[in-house]
Design a protein around this ligand. Structure first.
Ligand SMILES: N[C@@H](CCC(=O)N[C@@H](CS)C(=O)NCC(=O)O)C(=O)O
Length: 255
């Protein structure tokens, strides 16, 4: 049996939801409201001590980290492949996933949090937001929440915008002569990048708009029309997964 602990179908949770749907796998959805701090309940911390979503549990074995959950699904359920065929093209798909993990996820999360995040924040029953944050066991996650709650500041947001600008250049180049990010067809690269880039036309229309990012916009549309993406997005409980955001992972470089 497969269970997926996830939040709204955006960012890291969407990566695994889309991969599961693409592969046509049955799974039990375990929805956690991260803006109500449900990911810091002891039972969830036992599955993932960093208190981040998503976590996939298969036959009682928990897996974290969206990139590696997706790679696991690809190896365990190869029938509908989500990786290109040649070693070179597979490298390209993996390089995109690392790029998301190291650079893009933190940058888009900062911009999305600043634009949308705190609106949906709910302290757990009988507790204040400060108390909820103080209970987060991992120092890095406590710091990430405190930084987000204080104010990320224009310098951080400008750096995030610059990283997004570089990402748009990279996508525009990749998509000049093909439909999907890695050569060899639709892959985990597209599934990794989409749930972050899909925030941007709304919150940073100058960076991801018709003039600056025509190929990116056409690719976002292609992605949003895939039955697996439609099915994943239908699992939203808020009604619009890209109108809400949570503090994302820490910056790995360029911080
Ligand atoms: N490196 C992790 C990052 C996951 C992540 O950023 N999760 C966010 C939501 S998109 C989260 O759970 N934030 C809430 C928290 O840390 O308390 C992965 O790729 O799976």
């Amino acid at each position: 049996m497969i269970e997926l602990y996830h939040w709204e179908p955006n960012a890291a949770s969407a990566r695994v939801l889309i991969a599961l749907k693409e592969k046509g796998l049955q799974f039990q959805s375990r929805y956690l409201d991260v803006l109500a701090f449900e990911q810091h309940a002891p039972a969830y911390l036992a599955l993932n001590p960093s208190g981040e979503t998503p976590v996939l549990v298969r036959d009682g074995e928990p897996f974290n980290e969206a990139s590696y959950i997706c790679e696991y699904l690809e190896e365990a359920f190869p029938e509908t492949p989500l990786m290109p065929k040649t070693p070179l093209d597979r490298w390209a798909a993996r390089a995109w996933q690392k790029y998301v993990d190291d650079y893009l996820a933190a940058s888009v999360s900062d911009l999305a949090w600043a634009a949308l995040g705190s609106a949906g924040l709910k302290p757990p029953p009988g507790s204040s937001i400060d108390d909820a944050v103080a209970r987060i066991p991992m120092q890095e996650r406590r710091d990430a929440w405190r930084g987000a709650l204080e104010d990320l500041g224009e310098e951080v947001l400008d750096k995030a915008r610059e990283r997004v600008r570089l990402t748009v250049d990279k996508i525009e180049t990749d998509l000049e002569d093909r439909d999907w990010l890695a050569p060899g067809g639709y892959s985990l690269a597209d599934i990794a990048v989409y749930p972050y880039m899909n925030y941007l036309p709304r919150i940073e229309p100058e960076l991801v708009g018709k003039r600056t990012a025509p190929h990116t916009l056409a690719w976002l549309k292609r992605m949003s029309e895939r039955p697996a993406v439609i099915a994943a997005e239908a699992m939203s409980r808020t009604g619009d997964a890209y109108a809400t955001a949570a503090p994302g992972p820490e910056h790995v470089r360029w911080g």
